[in-house]
Design a protein around this ligand. Structure first.
Ligand SMILES: Nc1ncnc2c1ncn2[C@@H]1O[C@H](COP(=O)(O)OP(=O)(O)OP(=O)(O)O)[C@@H](O)[C@H]1O
Ligand SMILES: CC(C)(CO)[C@@H](O)C(=O)[O-]
Ligand code: BAL
Length: 363
């Protein structure tokens, strides 16, 4: 569907509309329904990086209208965690979301792409300007999202919360027992406010994807959850032309890494997971069921742990390694027919980072 005057009424063609209240978003959403537009939604906590933008691009390519939320959600932080320090930079985030979507990213521009090379300059100048990556950015206040108020002390919390039992207590839930209740609650609120057709989440937060998918199924929400592969950082070394990746998953918390040493140590978990995954997927072996494949938990996790043991540093602390079923999240003795999530968390100095590799499964 080509952009219409309704877009211009709502804001500007090359800048996203920024809304702050639930009632504004509901009104915007009614307009999308009238225009028969599909809505794609990307929830974020801001400090946007290429990982976030990849989710937005996927939404742009798949949906008529794209919404991004920017909200640092208090209820997913414990009192001792980094809510106050969490990076916040709304102006830069809005600039990134104002970047023009390429033709390929704008599903509505397919016909323009195919005819563009032969167009006269007059015809080209009459083309509508490129649309921004996001059409609407929702930036609510804490009061808007938590009308009953919110304190980080769980015993004192009041109001309505959503819990996905059975999938929130293991893996990340061991260190962050409050976390998935906060995530499920705020994501459910966002789903009620934005009413998206599609919602986009990053594989980096694998357990979060499983929890959100379970919530959508259990609460009968008519939303398709799309999981986007993890985007990794470019290698940091002397050749600035080398854009290859050293594996570090992009994460807003990478901003906390304070020295080149810490940045290098931050790749340890990915290298550990890769070492284990290499035993499961022997090099050059493309067969589905390989006799040389290592599937047992002990061997896989020992290989991963060895990478940490070979590079001891007081700065680096492994928190956990997990080999879990991709749906139940139960710890596995071996990778079975359903595959597994191989994941972990560790600290580099004060910075806590997570990562995962999927073994023969999708989320
Ligand atoms: N490297 C990445 N690749 C793909 N998706 C990502 C990546 N990093 C984050 N996301 C996804 O972006 C969405 C918003 O995440 P969030 O705003 O918490 O960013 P983050 O970088 O994960 O931050 P944090 O450092 O707090 O974990 C989530 O669905 C998350 O999984
Ligand atoms: C999904 C989310 C935006 C909820 O606050 C957050 O957990 C995140 O950014 O991954
Ligand atoms: N991406 C997950 C958000 C958090 O750790 O709080």
């Amino acid at each position: 569907m080509a952009p219409t005057s309704a877009d211009t009424d709502a804001g500007s063609l090359n800048r996203p509309l920024v809304l702050h209240t639930t009632s504004q978003v509901h009104a915007w959403r009614r307009q999308q329904t009238k225009l028969d537009r599909t809505v794609g939604f990307v929830p974020t906590m801001g400090a946007l990086h290429r990982g976030h933008l990849e989710l937005v691009r996927r939404a742009r390519a798949q949906c008529d209208s794209v919404v991004v939320s920017i909200f640092v959600n208090p209820s997913q932080f414990a009192p001792h965690e980094d809510l106050d320090q969490y990076p916040r930079d709304l102006d830069t985030d809005l600039a990134k979301l104002s970047a023009p979507a390429t033709m390929a990213e704008t599903q509505t521009a397919t016909t323009v792409t195919t005819t563009a090379p032969n167009m006269s300059s007059q015809a080209r100048s009459s083309q509508p300007p490129a649309r921004p990556l996001a059409d609407m950015v929702f930036v609510p206040s804490v009061c808007e999202m938590y009308p009953s108020g919110i304190t980080l002390n769980r015993a004192e919390q009041r109001g309505t919360f959503v819990e996905v039992l059975g999938k929130s207590h293991q893996m990340e839930g061991i260190t962050r027992p409050h976390f998935f209740r906060g995530v499920a609650t705020v994501v459910n609120k966002f789903f009620n406010i934005v009413v998206p057709d599609y919602a986009y989440f990053g594989q980096k937060d694998a357990q979060q994807c499983v929890v959100v998918k379970s919530m959508v199924r259990d609460l009968c929400l008519p939303i398709k959850v799309v999981v986007v592969p993890t985007v990794r950082d470019h290698q940091r070394h002397h050749d600035i032309n080398d854009r290859s990746s050293d594996g570090l998953a992009l994460s807003s918390r990478n901003k906390y890494l304070t020295s080149p040493d810490q940045r290098r140590q931050a790749t340890t978990l990915y290298r550990a997971l890769t070492a284990a995954a290499a035993l499961y997927r022997p090099a050059g072996d493309n067969s589905h069921a390989s006799a040389t494949r290592t599937t047992d938990r002990e061997s896989l996790l020992t290989a991963a742990r060895k990478v940490f043991e070979d590079e001891p540093s007081p700065e680096v602390q492994l928190e956990y390694l997990s080999l879990a079923h991709p749906d139940t999240l139960e710890e596995l003795d071996a990778v079975g027919a359903d595959g597994a999530i191989l994941s972990g968390a560790f600290r580099v100095g004060q910075t806590r980072l997570i990562d995962n590799i999927l073994l023969n499964c999708t989320l």
